[in-house]
Ligand binder design. Structure first.
Ligand code: DGL
Length: 232
């Protein structure tokens, strides 16, 4: 029986899974790799809800107690409704780590994310809660998660130049990776922007997932857990 369920529109959330495994090696985890519906970031709220709630139903049947939404888009657009509709499950979200960037005194911050995340109310709430005198540049990266999912390196480089070239002279000191897929293109981002700090929220998500299991007295494994990846 699995305790933790995770999902994303493909390989992006595997970056979150790495941190979860390190922190909770004794848990049985099922990861739903929903490549068939990639990109989530370019879907309407209703389309996304149908996809996401189907996955949660599936994970629930597998017996999970906690669902880690290993996707910024699904988190910013659906997690509120998931918490309302599935009160018996614990939901952990993955959100753009704006707070980490501002807490560390970065001043010229780029946020890279999908259109779905950039245009979500939740993102604007996160910015309002954390921004003081920083410049935060929001870049809506249509097509990028899909190019990463398809391992299309030429397209990844073309898109990154389109999105980042205008920022080369803006003293950028940090880039928040606001989509879990972007963890795979760190070197390519540094090649364009140079000496910048890359920030993601993956470790924070894993810590929160562990904390919530502890609080609910659900952390009790003693043998190395099993990890299953369901590829769609
Ligand atoms: N990996 C997802 C995210 O963190 C979504 C990518 C997509 O399917 O658009 O936003």
């Amino acid at each position: 029986m699995y305790k933790i369920g995770m999902f994303d529109s493909g390989i992006g959330g595997l970056n979150v899974l790495e941190e979860v495994k390190k922190l909770m090696p004794y848990e049985n985890i099922i990861y739903y790799q929903d490549s068939s519906h990639n990109p989530y970031g370019e879907k309407s709220d209703e389309e996304l809800w149908v996809i996401v709630s189907d996955i949660v139903e599936y994970l629930k049947k597998e017996g999970v107690k906690e669902v880690i939404v290993a996707c910024n888009t699904a988190t910013t657009r659906c997690i509120k409704r998931l918490r309302e509709e599935y009160k018996d499950l614990i939901f952990i979200g993955t959100e753009p780590a704006i707070k980490v960037a501002t807490d560390n005194n970065y001043k010229n911050i780029i946020l890279l994310a999908t259109p779905g995340t950039i245009n979500s109310d939740r993102l604007h709430e996160l910015i309002n809660n954390n921004q003081s005198d920083e410049n935060i540049y929001l870049i809506e990266c249509s097509g990028l998660a899909n190019a990463i999912e398809n391992h299309d390196h030429d397209e990844i480089i073309n898109l990154l130049h389109n999105y980042l070239d205008d920022y080369k002279d803006k003293n950028i000191d940090s880039v928040v990776l606001g989509c879990t897929h972007y963890g795979y293109i760190k070197n390519e981002i540094i090649d364009i922007l140079g000496n910048i700090k890359l920030i993601d929220g993956n470790l924070g998500v894993a810590r929160q997932a562990k904390r919530m299991l502890e609080e609910n007295n659900l952390l009790d494994g003693t043998e190395i857990g099993r990890i299953d990846i369901i590829e769609k």
